[in-house]
Design a protein around this ligand. Structure first.
Ligand code: IMP
Ligand code: MG
Length: 172
């Protein structure tokens, strides 16, 4: 039986998101900023971050194929849904749920650079620095966490657990 242990309760997540939003407001006083969420894991983070910001934001989403059903990266990334709008000349913040090996993000940064934004930054709710295989510069980090597999608040294991309000460690 898999067991779930709360690592980050919902209230802590919300408090940290408000701090990140205040940082983003300071960095982009004018707007609009394109927040580009990576489906599906970043959906709740993006929704809460966008509403905590005062700077006007536009929302975009991209889909990628990543882990499939396992808990380790296949090392292969594919865009399954592209941006709907052109972000050329705009400030863009890529919004991720978690940076693990860095493979997904380094691929996406390369893709978005080709779309000629005015600026490109990355916000991630969670960062597992111990597991990095590709160096990536992350500008806004919610929480650095140890090398544990976590679910909830958008994060899944084989598509389950995304709607848990807390972020929990999943162990078999
Ligand atoms: P990376 O390419 O290895 O950095 O992996 C990034 C993606 O892997 C994230 O967007 C998640 O979908 C998934 N991932 C990495 N670690 C976890 C975890 O602990 N729980 C759930 N998904 C994870
Ligand atoms: Mg996933």
């Amino acid at each position: 039986m898999p067991s779930l242990t709360v690592m980050l309760p919902a209230e802590r997540i919300q408090a940290r998101i408000h701090e990140l939003a205040a940082e983003i407001d300071r960095d982009y006083p004018e707007g609009p900023v394109y927040l580009v969420g990576i489906l599906k894991g970043a959906c709740f983070f993006l929704a809460d971050l966008a509403r905590a910001m005062k700077t006007p934001a536009r929302l975009e989403f991209v889909g990628i194929s990543s882990y499939g059903r396992g808990t380790t990266s296949s090392g292969e990334v594919r865009l399954t849904k592209d941006l709907d709008a052109s972000v050329e000349g705009y400030d863009v913040i890529v919004v991720e749920d978690i940076v693990d090996s860095g493979i997904t993000l380094s691929y996406l940064i390369q893709v978005f650079q080709q779309r000629r934004p005015r600026s490109l930054r990355v916000a991630t709710l969670l960062d597992k620095p111990d597991r990095r295989q590709r160096p990536v510069k992350v500008d806004y980090v919610g929480f650095q966490i140890p090398d544990k597999f976590v679910v909830g608040y958008g994060l899944d294991y084989a598509e389950n657990y995304r709607n848990l309000p807390d972020i929990c460690v999943l162990s078999e």
